[in-house]
Design a protein around this ligand. Structure first.
Ligand code: ATP
Ligand code: MG
Length: 433
């Protein structure tokens, strides 16, 4: 049994493909033999690549996704979208996560959506977003969760870097042929085949985001709320959630936040009870009825601010909610953290640990990404102190805060000693309103 994972429950035959035996692996009714399924890798063996010692709950979810694959319940490609993204399932076929493999990102070499490939070949000058590190969307997804978690925002569903293998992923013809050949060899000459490092398709690294249930695209609810306004208490809750989304996007400088890339779950109260605390006399103990989920965070962490001519706007900036100054609750949550240089330094170090795992990692580029992020944090700190609104925040001049080469020994506490701020003279994109 892998460390960091709880033992699977001992279940009777569920009527599905899977039953449990006393070992750590399920017995697959399709292939009939758990050991065989593991060796031939009809699903693969990513188990040892996914260790989440500090998060047994997440480890358990990934284990279920792997077990499902081993039993033939494969991740299913999400039909919409410009890249290869998959709904990962548990052995019962319930969707439990969204897996986005690095190699199938919009400009990854195995992107299944040919239009992007066409775009790359025919129009290389307009290829991708020039301010983003190419083909590291999965790190941006996991990085967004890291930032969300550290800031205590709670709007990004848990997202981590995971390895999975499934025959429903997009593989090159060569990889598929190799895998077939090895399986054939295993059947015919098991002794020789034992020497193979891996039998089956190669595992893919990507981001795995927990699936959130009961949510719809923000666009849908925003339209509804226009004609059917929220009760005051729920409106406040929504405003608070919205502010958290704004803070996340601003810090990571998300370049892809359309109103289809965040979700809202809203359960209308049937009893018509408005729980507003207008007189401040009582507190609300009721469970929240409205919740925002910030999904699709793969196009963030630019290494330079987007150029003016093709600035990528935060689409929420055009919503009426963006005109309301940040609430005291949000300011109290975020300001103590982001105004502490040690916190910001920790955040950069955590992101470094995450980003450095990519084979294309480049330290200088990473430093530039952090310079942009620190600049965003500097603006955000000022905006929250000045009780600005999200729309005023996005109108602030862009700034980068670079770490000076001499001031990089140990923990840096004094901003003035160790960092250089550079303000862009040009006005940011959001000048017309
Ligand atoms: N964590 C999640 N929980 C629930 N549903 C999700 C989650 N992530 C994605 N989805 C659903 O899957 C759809 C596609 O997801 P997403 O936008 O992240 O993929 P994508 O491949 O990057 O697509 P695109 O290129 O169109 O932005 C979303 O519109 C949403 O309906
Ligand atoms: Mg999307």
């Amino acid at each position: 049994m892998r460390s960091g994972r709880a033992s699977p429950p001992l279940l009777a035959n569920t009527g599905n493909l899977l039953t449990w035996c006393n070992c750590s692996r399920p017995t697959c009714q399709r292939c009939g033999d758990n050991a065989k399924s593991y060796i031939t890798g009809h699903a693969g063996h990513t188990a040892d690549m996914n260790t989440f010692l500090d998060d047994p709950e997440f480890a358990e979810i990934i284990l279920r996704a792997e077990q499902a694959i081993e039993c033939g319940v494969f991740p299913e490609r999400i039909s919409q979208g410009s890249s290869g993204s998959y709904f990962a399932k548990d052995p019962k076929g319930k969707i439990i996560g969204v897996f986005k493999p690095k190699s199938e990102e919009p400009y990854g070499h195995l992107n299944p959506k040919w239009t992007k490939y066409f775009h790359k070949v025919c129009c290389p000058c307009c290829f991708g977003r020039g301010c983003l590190v190419p083909n590291q969307g999965y790190l941006s997804e996991a990085g967004a969760y890291l930032v969300d978690d550290k800031l205590g925002l709670g709007v990004v569903p848990k997202t981590k870097v995971v390895w999975l293998v499934s025959e429903t992923f997009n593989y090159s013809a060569i990889d598929r042929a190799k895998s077939r050949g090895k399986k054939y060899a295993l059947e015919k000459v098991p002794k020789v085949a034992k020497k193979f490092n891996r039998i089956g398709l190669p595992p893919k690294v990507g981001s795995f985001q927990l699936f959130v249930e009961g949510y719809k695209e923000a666009d849908y609810w925003l339209r509804k709320f226009e004609t059917d306004p929220l009760p005051e208490n729920t409106r406040k809750e929504f405003q608070s959630q919205f502010e958290r989304l704004v803070i996340l996007d601003y810090v990571i400088r998300n370049t892809d936040r359309g109103n289809d890339n965040w979700l809202v779950r809203y359960e209308k109260q049937d009893d018509g009870l408005d729980l507003s605390d207008k007189d401040g006399q009582w507190t609300i103990t009721k469970e929240s009825t409205i919740k925002v989920a910030a999904i699709d965070n793969g196009l963030a962490f630019p290494f330079k601010h987007p150029d003016e001519w093709r600035a990528y706007p935060f689409h929420w900036a055009w919503l009426p909610q963006a005109k309301v100054p940040f609430s005291q609750e949000t300011r109290d949550l975020v300001l103590p953290r982001i105004s502490d240089m040690n916190f910001v330094q920790d955040l950069c170090e955590d992101l470094y640990e995450l980003f450095k795992t990519d084979k294309g990692f480049d330290k200088a580029t990473f430093e530039n990404q952090m310079s942009v992020m620190r600049g965003q944090i500097l603006n955000l700190t000022q905006a929250l102190k000045d009780e600005k609104s999200p729309i005023q925040l996005v109108q602030m001049p862009r700034v980068i805060v670079e770490r000076s080469s001499t001031g990089s020994q140990g923990r840096i506490v004094h901003l003035s000693n160790a960092f250089t701020q550079t303000f862009h003279s040009r006005k940011p994109f959001f000048s017309s309103w």
